[in-house]
Design a protein around this ligand. Structure first.
Ligand SMILES: O=C(O)COP(=O)(O)O
Ligand SMILES: [Mg+2]
Length: 225
């Protein structure tokens, strides 16, 4: 691999996974061997990208919870009002809504700055309650996230770059959904995989012909030259 490979900022679900969200095994080889920093920027709770970095054998540079949690150079920072998100979840449940994750809610168990809700939930009710609490709901295609407005992956990514003393413009971004739009806005070059939603497609510099990891690999092979 060329040592001039640019640093990467990559979404996980829909970008390094298949449709049901299983990690594509080709991501392991490609990212373990990448010769520049790789940042994982995800809507998932903090332990998920940290574990993925651990098992890929790469530096733990992570934006989790849609920007609510950032880890760079061993330093963790938090933004977002978890208590307010919890208040939305409680009121949602009070009015008959269900988060939908079953008896052990591993999706929210470690989540520190927002709340995620299964996409089978009553979206209209969830959005109505969130609005009452001046919170925002986004649909990533994998979950609804009840989050603090202004907390975004891209904002967290900029914070991470400050810590690493790197220029966000140097990074190549790949993603698939509305929660990647802010990352696309600050990275130097951005790609939406073919399975991306409308928001990601219109924010990306380029929409790829290939879906999921096929799309991500096509970017990696292009930029490594
Ligand atoms: O947690 C989600 O809903 C989606 O996760 P992602 O940001 O890695 O695609
Ligand atoms: Mg995604």
């Amino acid at each position: 691999m060329d040592t001039d490979a640019p640093p990467l900022v990559l979404d996980i679900d829909g970008t390094l996974t298949d449709d049901p969200g299983r990690l594509d095994p080709r991501a392991c080889e490609a990212l373990s061997a990448w010769e520049a920093p790789v940042v994982l920027a995800t809507g998932k709770a903090f332990p998920y990208p940290v574990s993925l970095c651990h098992y890929l054998g790469i530096e733990k540079n992570v934006v989790a919870e849609n920007g609510g949690v950032v880890l760079a150079d061993g330093e963790v920072t938090y933004t977002g009002d978890r208590e307010r998100a919890q208040a939305v979840a409680d009121e949602f449940a009070e009015r008959g809504g269900e988060l939908g994750w079953g008896s052990f809610d591993d999706i929210n168990y470690w989540r520190e700055t927002e709340i995620a809700v299964e996409r089978t939930a009553d979206e209209e009710l969830l959005r109505a309650v969130a609005t009452e609490y001046e919170m925002e709901v986004i649909d990533t295609g994998y979950a609804y996230h009840v989050k603090t407005p202004g907390v975004e992956k891209g904002v967290g990514f900029e914070r991470l770059c400050e810590t690493l003393e790197m220029d966000p413009e140097a990074f190549v971004a790949v993603g698939d959904s509305i929660n990647d739009v802010s990352t696309f806005g600050v990275a130097g070059r951005s790609y939406a995989v073919a399975n991306a939603d409308e928001a990601a497609r219109s924010a990306a510099d380029e929409v790829l012909e290939e879906s999921y990891m096929d799309g991500t690999l096509s970017v990696l092979s292009r930029i490594r030259a």
